[in-house]
Design a protein around this ligand. Sequence first.
Ligand code: DAH
Length: 339
Amino acid sequence: MKDKLQAIKEEALAQIAEAGVLDKLNDVRVNFLGKKGKLTAVLKSMKDVAPEDRPAFGQLVNEARAQIEGVLEETKKKLEEQALELQLKAEVIDVTLPAKKNNVGHRHPNTIAREEVERIFIGMGYEVVEGPEIEYDEYNFEKLNIPANHPAKDEQDTFYINKEIVLRTQTSPVQARTMEKGNLPIRMISPGRVFRSDEVDATHSPSFHQIEGLVVDKNVTFADLKGTLEQFAKELFGEETKTKFRPHHFPFTEPSAEVDVSCFKCGGKGCRFCKGSGWIEILGCGMVHPHVLEMCGIDPEEYTGFAFGVGLERIALLKYEIDDMRLLYENDVRFLKQF
Ligand code: DAH
C-alpha cells in the first residue's frame, strides 16, 4: 500500500511538471484528487488496511494529498503568470502607428436651413416647440377648420393609422395644441416632419418637413405679420430681398396669403431660377381664424393672432440651389459635404 501511494504521488508530481498549460494542470488535479481520482481511490481502499495501521496510513495519504495540492497551487500560479505575460506581449499597442480617421459625416442641408430659421425667430423672441408626428385627425384637420368632407382634406391625403389617427400632413396642428395649453401670449415656431401620400419626384416626397409659426396676443394685426415675414425673408435671403403678399385661402386663417420673395439670383429681373417671373414662392400665412381661436379656448374678441407655414426643403433647395429634392434624402456624404 505504501509503495502504491508513493508511486501515485510521484506520478502526480511528474504529470504536474509536464502539464505546461492551465487546462492540462486541471486535468491532473481531477485525475488524482477528484472524486474518481487515483488518490481518492486509495483512501477508499482503507477498509483493506488492518485497523491498527489505519491512522498512520491515513496520515500518509493526507500528507501525499497536501503535497500534491501544494505543488498544483504553485504550478497554477506560475502558469497564470506566464499566460498573462504572453497576453501582454501579444496585445502590445504600437503608439507610433497613424490613427484611424474618424469619419463624422456632415450636417444635412435641411438641418442647416432649420437651424438658420430657428436662429432668426429665436432672435425675435420666439420659442421652439415640438408636436407629435402621429396626430389625431381632430388636431390635424377639425381644429384647423377642416371638417370631414372638406375639399382641403383631399389635397392633403395622408397615411391613416385608423379613423382617428393620421401621420400629420402639416405642422399646423401644433398651433391648436399650443393654443389649447392657454399660456398667452404665444410666440412660437414648430419645425418637424410631415407626411402626404404623394409620389416621389423632383419636388415631392411622401415625407418632408415644415416649420410652423404662431403668434397670439392682444392687438396683433396683419401689419405685424407683414413686418415679421419681411424681416425673416431679409435675414434668410439677404437685406435687399423684397416680399409680396398674394391673397390665398387656408381654412384656418382669414385673411390668408401666400408670400413670394424677390428672386435672390437675378434680383427680380427674371431668370431661369425664378422661371422668368422675378419672384419665388416661399410660404403660406394669415390671421388666425376666429373660429380656430374659439375652438382652442381663446376669446377672439380679446386676442388675435397670425400664423405661417414654411416648407423646410423648399428653403434648403432655394438657399443651396439644389434642383432635385430627392438628393436631400439619399444622404450621400459626397453630396452633403458641399453645404
Ligand atoms: N399648413 C399649410 C400647408 O401645409 C401651410 C400654412 C399655411 C401654414 C398658412 C400656416 C398658415 O400656419 O397660416 O399647406
